[in-house]
Design a protein around this ligand. Sequence first.
Ligand SMILES: [Zn+2]
Length: 229
Amino acid sequence: MGSNARPNIDMPSHHIDGDMLLAYAAGTLGQAASIVVATHLSYCPHCRCSVLAAEAVGGAFLDDIAPEPLAQGGASRVMDRLENMPAETRKSLTEDTQTIAGTVLPRPVRAWLPQDLSTLNWSWVSPGIKYTEMLKDANGARVGLMLAQANAAISAHGHSGEELTMVLSGGYHDGAVAFRPGDVQSVDENTHHEPKTDDDGACLSLIMISGSINPTGLIARIFRYFTPF
Ligand SMILES: [Zn+2]
């Protein structure tokens, strides 16, 4: 396998929770979270089956959980972004060999980034850790890429709302729990955690934050670039 090839990874060990998959299938999940879900689905046949099952039963689920018109849903917008691109652009992204940290990005991520990845605006948020924002959705949730060097500690932080992290390359540990490519970690406002990247190379991850962030720690510094506290 060449260095530009997408790694042949195992089935992820940490998945999107069932409620979020249902909301994604129903088209009611916010756009930022939908990008994380769509990306995880590109790695995970297990969750793809769950979404297909939810879509297959469609109406029965939608009657219970769809407070918004489907057209407003993040999932449909994510797919629209991919499907409504000019054929030439879509082809160029599909055949794209540009990498970040040696990794070709999955299409649900790639579709939100500029054609030339060398033009990405990275902000250093901590020694060894930089961030580039992909979008802020209508609910105020943000999603972007975080690239951390080996052995980078992400200081303890708290927040209201949810934080979703999905590893694209490399890995990190949160306590004794390992997160590798395709794995998703979801934490809420009751969780204070201190993830640390592994010592065998850089870790590229997709990160989504909903709600406001307590004004301390790394995640606060990341989002201070975009929202004054
Ligand atoms: Zn999964």
